[in-house]
Write a protein that binds this ligand. Structure first.
Ligand code: CO
Ligand code: ZN
Length: 336
């Protein structure tokens, strides 16, 4: 599974430009899926047919935070804007990679330690003039943070664990349910989450599920002097109670809790004070969808080195698989 994680987290996929990621996932899931399609926004929809009349939608986003070039100056330095919630405190000294493979170093203007805003930063791709720079990068090009995956044993760190690790959870769940799916399941690998849950919005409309589950990372409160939060690395799948985008449906919350207890899946509960996931738009599609989120605990979210625990990833897969095989009597099929 670590090879799969490395392959996905090292892929290029800023919001709106997720094709490299969806191409890889498509290839990986093809032998296990009943139907695969890509919609106009770049969502990859992977279906597994089941025996009941119920449809479950899982969603994990393929996009990652990044930058977009706004200006190239006469000395070849690039200015940039954020794509999604880039943390400006983590940027200086990091590198940015463009789709072409060009790499730039992030520098900053003098005095900008007091004002670490992106406007005071620039990208240096080693080009001495505007003309030379523009042979490699143009205004409007999207880039991502360039950082390799590192295997720390029980834990792993990489850029874009948010949310390629969620994509891994969905891929593994699909593989494990094999031909035994009780319900129709649509695994959505959604686009443009980081710029406002956009892909999941249209995907949820198309799928019109009876139960919606996002799988995404969440913050932890287990590092020195961390903001208070009752989620830790290594304590299992985090069952979301609430974030800024969603109050998890009480029936979904108890479904997950009961399944975790019944199957002995390591779990914890998550109240996230700021932030949201695809479930934020899934639950308000059509006439409403009971929804919840399985969260993968992650340290240093939105930095170049997001850290997760392999045991937590495994627990999330087990919980997702248990949902696929549950009776779901509390979630009757809508008349569609
Ligand atoms: Co994110
Ligand atoms: Zn995310």
């Amino acid at each position: 599974m670590k090879d799969l994680i490395q392959r996905l987290v090292e892929s290029f996929g800023p919001s709106g430009y997720e094709t490299a990621v969806t191409d890889t996932i498509r290839e990986l899931v093809a032998p296990h899926a009943d139907d695969i399609s890509i919609d106009a926004l770049g969502n990859l929809l992977v279906w597994k047919k089941g025996s009941s009349d119920r449809t479950i939608m899982f969603s994990a986003h393929t996009d990652e935070i990044g930058v977009v070039v706004t200006h190239v100056d006469e000395n070849g330095f690039l200015r940039f804007s954020n794509v999604g919630g880039l943390d400006s405190q983590t940027l200086v000294g990091n590198r940015v990679r463009f789709a072409s493979g060009t790499i730039g170093v992030i520098g900053r203007e003098k005095g900008s330690l007091k004002d670490l805003s992106i406007e005071k930063m620039f990208l240096d791709i080693g080009a001495p003039t505007r003309d030379e720079a523009q042979k490699q990068v143009r205004v409007g090009d999207f880039g991502i943070i360039h950082r390799e995956f590192v295997d720390l044993g029980q834990r792993m760190a990489a850029k874009s664990m948010d949310d390629r690790i969620g994509c891994v959870v969905l891929i593994e769940t699909l593989k494990r349910i094999g031909s035994r799916s009780a319900h129709n399941v649509c695994f959505v690998f959604s686009s443009q989450e980081e710029v406002g849950l956009r892909g999941a919005r249209t995907a949820a409309f198309a799928v019109n599920p009876d139960l919606g589950i996002a799988v995404d990372v969440t913050r932890t409160g287990d590092t020195p002097e961390a903001a208070r939060m009752d989620v830790s690395l290594g304590k299992g799948a985090a069952i979301k109670i609430k974030d800024s985008s969603l109050v998890a449906h009480p029936k979904v919350r108890s479904l997950m809790t009961n399944l975790a207890e019944h199957h002995g899946i390591k779990h914890q509960f998550e109240v996230l004070e700021r932030g949201g996931t695809d479930a934020g738009v899934i639950h308000i599609t059509h006439e409403g969808v009971p929804s919840g989120t399985i969260s993968i605990p992650c340290r240093y979210v939105h930095s170049a080195s997001e850290m997760v625990d392999i045991g937590d990833v495994e627990a999330c897969i087990q919980l997702a698989e248990a949902i696929c095989q549950a009776e779901l009597t509390e979630f009757p099929a809508k008349s569609k």
